[in-house]
Ligand binder design. Structure first.
Ligand SMILES: O=C[C@H](O)[C@H](O)[C@H](O)COP(=O)(O)O
Length: 230
């Protein structure tokens, strides 16, 4: 296992151990870090350290992993998550985050918003001084009228790029939408940018998660730590 994979695993395992108790419903994020959350839950359910835990998956990929690992699943209609554990692409010192490079941001935000709390799990490479430093803001875009939506996004000060899928045609999310990656550079006011993006009718949701996370569990060569949101 690579060093960074080890850090992802350490953060995810620590988050499960700290935030998940028997009887809870847990929102299951998407991506290479969140997969370790599912694996830890599977291990603890199999050993009997956890009982009666149900997961609400944020993607088909995560649902498949949970089934393989023996984590029972529910929909949001059936159960409200006590806590959601999910990865991130960038984490600011306030624990605002950019998510969505893995293509699941809309369902991730729906589940996080419906949860008692959101806890981010990540390796230290995701920490930034200011959001937008390295990654674009992914925006899930309705396919109808997508060209007009991309123009409206560009007017906010970026060059939106329709994300390609593996075969070169546009990537399609689990919900059947496009994703536009919008690089703005360092974002001075992420809450305002989130509101501006969401004022565009075809922009269904964006990867700026502002004021949503309660904490981030981060691991790197400096050790494991919990950053509380401020
Ligand atoms: O859409 C995907 C998600 O927001 C992921 O949680 C995010 O991209 C981080 O993924 P990873 O843990 O693979 O770096």
């Amino acid at each position: 296992m690579s060093e960074s994979e080890g850090f992802k695993r350490e953060a995810a395992y620590a988050a499960v151990d700290r935030y998940v108790r028997s009887g809870m419903t847990v929102g299951l994020g998407t991506g290479s870090t969140a997969v370790w959350v599912v694996r830890r839950l599977g291990e603890k359910l199999a050993s009997g350290d956890l009982k009666d835990v149900v997961g609400v998956p944020t993607s088909e990929r995560t649902a498949g992993e949970a089934r393989e690992r023996g984590v029972p699943l529910a929909t949001l209609a059936e159960a409200r998550p006590d806590v959601t554990l999910d990865g991130a692409d960038e984490i600011s010192p306030e624990v605002n985050v950019i998510k969505g490079l893995g293509g699941a941001l809309l369902r991730e935000k729906i589940v996080a918003f419906a949860s008692g709390s959101l806890v981010i799990v990540a390796d230290g490479s995701k920490l930034v001084g200011r959001l937008g430093e390295r990654t674009p803001v992914p925006v899930e875009v309705e396919r109808f009228g997508a060209d007009a939506t991309l123009k409206a996004l560009a007017a906010l000060g970026c060059e939106p790029k329709l994300r390609p899928g593996e075969d070169g045609s546009p990537f399609i999310t689990d919900g059947g939408n496009y994703t536009a990656d919008c690089y703005f550079g360092e974002i001075e006011d992420p809450a305002r940018l989130e509101a501006e993006i969401k004022s565009i009718p075809g922009a269904l949701e964006c990867g700026l998660f502002i004021g949503l996370a309660r904490a981030a569990v981060v691991s790197d060569a400096g050790g494991l730590r919990v950053l509380e949101a401020r």
